[in-house]
Structures are given as structure tokens and as C-alpha cells.
Design a protein around this ligand. Structure first.
Ligand code: SF4
Ligand code: FES
Length: 225
């Protein structure tokens, strides 16, 4: 077991963390909140959304706190103007591609992206013209899980939840560039795939891309599922 520790400062506070810990883990252990979107502590970090960026003294770019490991003497700032601007712009870009509010399958208060937008006072209309892919029809072929790829931000949380946590290996990525999508058994409708409806992907999804059909429909009808 590696018992070595490193000491760094985060927002001016001296913090000792295990060697190999990430900046996000060290900050969290000290009660300092760094927002995340693609990261879930249950899953291996992949650092694709960059919402967790922080300022590290003498670093040329803003590293992602969910994957960058702590170093001895590192000086980290989590809430500078530069950091806030970067996070807000990233969230605005992601929000600008989301379905219209009345077409979303997840209430805003349960939608991590929408909550981050509120927290960062985002203005996604700045990027409203940048959507590059036409909308796709929701996939309602599964009796349990609804799929709305228009709300997918390609955070890969469902893929890691399905493949690494449940080891079901149903979900992956297909296509490339702006045609990249998550796919079930490489391109089947969810209801025709080998999905066992465990719900791990629904629990992992930070947007309304994967939702529990019965809960969402019951909420829309004002009844219990
Ligand atoms: S479906 Fe949800 S969890 Fe999966 S990549 Fe898209 S946004 Fe992330
Ligand atoms: S939460 Fe760190 S890059 Fe997405």
C-alpha cells in the first residue's frame, strides 16, 4: 500500500493528501467543492467534459481536477475568474445542444447539467446557432428505459456504469466527430439489445438522455410509479 502523502495548497489552504490522489479528491476531503459532470467517484475518470478545470500555479492550461494528480508544493485555485469563465462557457456549449425545456424527459432539478447552468449563471443562447446535428427520434423500444440522444453530452458515464460497474458491456460509442453517439450492442434499438434493464446507466446519466420510463411518465401524469 502506498502511504506516501503530498502537501499542496488549494485556495490558499494547506492540504495533505495521499500521493496519487486527484486534485478533486484532495479538495473534496477538505470540504472544497469543485463541480463535475463526466466524473462520478464510483467510476474511473475520463476527463471529457472539462467542467472541473482549476488554476494550477505556473501551468500553461487549466487542468481537469478529476484526473490530474496532486503534486508536492502544487498551488491550486478553484474559483478564479478564468476558471469560472471556462466552466460557464463549457456548460453553455453543452446546454445549447439540449432539447427545448418542454421536450426534456428529466425535471430540471434532477438534471445535473441544468443545475450547473443555474449555479454558473450560464447563458446558452450565446451558442444557440452552433448545433451541428439534426434531432433524432427518442428510442422508446425498451419497456423500462427511454433514450433521448438529443440530450446526450457524451460524458461516457453510462458506458463506464454498464461496462465497468455491471460488466454488461452493452453500451459503447459509435460514429466519429459530430456523428458520435452512444450505442447499444453497436447500434441496436435498446429494446432489441442485450440490455438487462439493471438501471445502472439511468442512475449514472447526468442529463435526460437515459431515463426511467415509468418514473418519468408517472411524474408527467401526476401519479406514483
Ligand atoms: S447517455 Fe447520459 S450518461 Fe450516457 S454519455 Fe450520454 S449524457 Fe452521458
Ligand atoms: S468532471 Fe472532470 S473533466 Fe468532466
Amino acid at each position: 500500500m502506498n502511504s506516501r502523502t503530498v502537501t499542496l495548497t488549494i485556495d490558499g489552504r494547506s492540504i495533505t493528501a495521499p500521493a496519487g490522489a486527484t486534485i478533486w479528491e484532495a479538495a473534496r476531503s477538505a470540504g472544497i467543492d469543485i463541480p463535475t459532470l463526466c466524473h462520478d467517484p464510483k467510476l474511473e475518470p475520463v476527463a471529457v467534459c472539462r467542467v472541473c478545470v482549476v488554476d494550477v500555479e505556473n501551468a500553461r492550461t487549466l487542468p481537469a481536477a478529476c484526473i490530474r494528480q496532486v503534486e508536492e508544493g502544487m498551488a491550486v485555485r478553484t474559483d478564479t475568474d478564468r476558471v469560472r469563465r471556462a466552466r460557464r462557457t463549457l456548460v453553455e456549449l453543452l446546454e445549447s445542444g439540449q432539447p427545448h425545456a418542454d421536450e426534456r424527459r428529466k425535471p430540471a432539478e434532477q438534471d445535473e447539467l441544468a443545475r450547473l447552468g443555474v449555479q454558473l449563471q450560464s447563458d446558452p443562447s450565446r451558442f444557440a446557432a452552433t448545433r451541428s446535428t439534426p434531432p433524432v427520434q427518442p428510442d422508446l423500444s425498451s419497456p423500462v428505459i427511454a433514450v433521448d440522444l438529443n440530450a446526450c453530452i457524451l460524458c461516457d458515464r453510462c458506458i463506464r456504469a454498464c461496462d465497468d460497474v455491471q460488466v454488461n458491456d452493452v453500451i459503447g460509442r459509435s460514429g466519429k466527430g459530430c456523428s458520435t453517439r452512444i450505442a447499444f450492442d453497436n447500434g441496436l434499438p435498446l429494446g432489441e439489445s442485450s440490455c438487462v434493464s439493471c438501471g445502472e446507466c439511468v442512475a449514472a446519466c447526468p442529463t435526460g438522455a437515459l431515463t426511467d420510463k415509468r418514473l418519468v411518465d408517472a411524474a408527467a401524469n401526476g401519479s406514483d410509479a
